[in-house]
Design a protein around this ligand. Structure first.
Ligand code: URA
Length: 226
């Protein structure tokens, strides 16, 4: 955890929001209707990173507000979570590529510092990368989502130690029922990963006390002879 207070981090996040709004580092800044900075709880332990805003996101200036976003909210609901309370949601690109085409390498590079700064300010413990673009960017590996989905990876991203948890993009799950089932299965692992990361981040005395409290008073009998 950084030494900054929550209020200081929030203030920096607001300043970053204004920088993104004024950004013209790539042509998308002049083509979009609105920048889509991100939304949710800036103190959350959980972050979702998608690909880029679509038409509805561009109109509302909010991430994941179309069909894929509805599915994201539904899957979060199934694990007892709610995006505004429990997560920060954003994208690799902050501006919509025309016609929803794929993000280009130069656009990803131009936008990357904004995502990295969001990670430094929010300091999530678990980042779910949704789909290939977010996964390849944050893992730093060209391995595609089909091979890495559902497998957590400890990584240092922009100087922050995080657990990356690559997941299929919800838009892909809307197209293919088998992908939806896999995404749902992978979502069910999120609460445990969060617990694990929170426990690992506890100071050693607290972790030892928590472990002792979880131990049974008497060691269980090992009835080896049946
Ligand atoms: N798809 C994304 O990757 N991001 C959004 O915000 C919406 C759809």
């Amino acid at each position: 955890m950084s030494e900054r207070t929550a209020a200081e981090r929030r203030e920096e996040l607001v300043s970053l929001y204004h920088q993104v709004g004024a950004c013209r580092k790539c042509p998308l800044g002049s083509l979009r209707t609105n920048p889509v900075f991100g939304m949710g709880n800036a103190d959350a332990d959980l972050m979702f990173v998608g690909e880029a805003p679509g038409a509805e996101e561009d109109r509302q200036a909010l991430p994941f507000v179309g069909r894929a976003g509805k599915l994201l909210d539904e899957l979060l609901g199934e694990i007892g979570m709610e995006r505004r309370r429990d997560a920060w949601v954003c994208n690799v690109l902050k501006c919509r590529p025309p016609g929803n085409r794929d993000p280009q390498p130069d656009e990803i590079e131009s936008c990357r510092p904004y995502l990295e700064r969001q990670i430094q300010l929010i300091e999530p413990r678990v980042i779910c990368t949704l789909g290939n673009f977010a996964t390849k960017l944050l893992t730093g590996s060209p391995t595609g989502i089909t091979r890495v989905r559902g497998r957590p990876q400890e990584r240092e991203v922009a100087g922050v130690s995080v657990l990356l948890y690559p997941l299929f993009h919800p838009a892909a799950a809307l197209r293919t029922p088998a992908v939806l089932q896999q995404l749902r299965d992978d979502f069910s692992g999120i609460p445990e990963l969060l617990e694990q990361e929170r426990a690992a981040a506890q100071p050693p005395e607290l972790a030892a006390a928590a472990a002792a409290a979880a131990l049974p008073a008497e060691p269980p009998q090992l009835d080896l002879l049946g």
